[in-house]
Design a protein around this ligand. Structure first.
Ligand SMILES: C[S@@+](CC[C@H](N)C(=O)[O-])C[C@H]1O[C@@H](n2cnc3c(N)ncnc32)[C@H](O)[C@@H]1O
Length: 247
């Protein structure tokens, strides 16, 4: 089962009353991509793509916050998501090097037990003389309370190598590689239920489906949600309809 909603994940999580989740696997807007406030406030195309103003993908939301706002937003979403998770559910949340300390704070503030940091080695990056390459992104992983040692989940790597998505398969400015997300999803108990509150083009949901999990995704941008729906060939549901059904 795969469901995709268009709307704000904070509202979705406030009103959600479905079955509990076994994992939250997500790639939030990083609100990063610059060393100064004005650089961070640039459009996501300017920050994250080499094509910049003629970028073929829509800009996405939630990426211009300052550090405190982003910390607050992430703590809020991760805390609301945890309420809808089973004991022992797993969280995997991506970030870049700039947001790693804030994300670690948000995860713990939200009541998750921080268990480690995973490295995504993108295997390439813009070369800059006299500097280390920025060729990795990170994901913090955590559990909702104790994580039983006898879960039927194999030993998983702590470093994943996967090149960025290129060509016709690219649908989103910051799309994650499908193989990367398939590997990450395997941290969830077999046949479990995965939530991605920041679904983007739906890579986590596609990966979950291919790995035999149920999943629910939420995406704020109508254009991006439509793209994800077409990619996943699934109905797009609307948060407003969720509210409407409740009243
Ligand atoms: C980094 S992208 C996710 C990309 C995704 N992993 C993929 O492979 O396509 C983050 C997404 O979260 C969406 N977003 C930002 N704030 C949101 C919110 N409050 N609720 C739901 N989606 C949100 C953005 O529009 C963006 O598409």
């Amino acid at each position: 089962m795969l469901e995709l909603y268009q709307g704000n994940c904070r509202e979705f999580l406030t009103h959600y009353n479905g079955p509990k989740f076994d994992a939250v696997i997500t790639d939030p807007p990083y609100s990063s991509g610059g060393a100064t406030l004005s650089e961070r406030a640039a459009s996501t195309a300017e920050k994250y793509t080499s094509t910049k103003r003629c970028c073929p993908f829509p800009d996405f939301a939630g990426d211009q916050m300052d550090a405190r706002s982003w910390l607050h937003m992430m703590a809020d979403v991760l805390s609301s998501a945890r309420v809808h998770c089973h004991d022992g559910a797993v969280l995997v949340a991506f970030c870049d090097w700039r947001q790693l300390p804030l994300l670690a704070d948000a995860v713990q503030w939200a009541g998750w037990m921080w268990r480690g940091t995973i490295v995504w080695d993108k295997m390439s990056s813009r070369p800059q003389r006299g500097r280390f390459r920025q060729q990795a992104e990170f994901a913090i992983w955590a559990s909702n309370g104790k994580l039983p040692i006898d879960r039927p989940v194999p030993v998983l790597p702590g470093v994943f190598q996967a090149g960025n998505v290129q060509g016709v398969k690219r649908l989103h400015q910051t799309q994650k590689p499908l193989e990367l997300m398939r590997s990450i999803c395997r941290i969830c108990v077999p046949g479990g239920r995965i939530l991605d509150p920041f679904a983007g083009s739906g890579t986590t949901l596609a990966a979950a489906e291919l790995e035999g999990y149920d999943s629910i995704g939420v995406e704020l941008s109508p254009d991006i949600a439509k793209t994800a729906s077409e990619r996943l060939q699934t109905d797009l549901r609307y948060i407003q309809e969720v509210h409407y059904e409740e009243t």
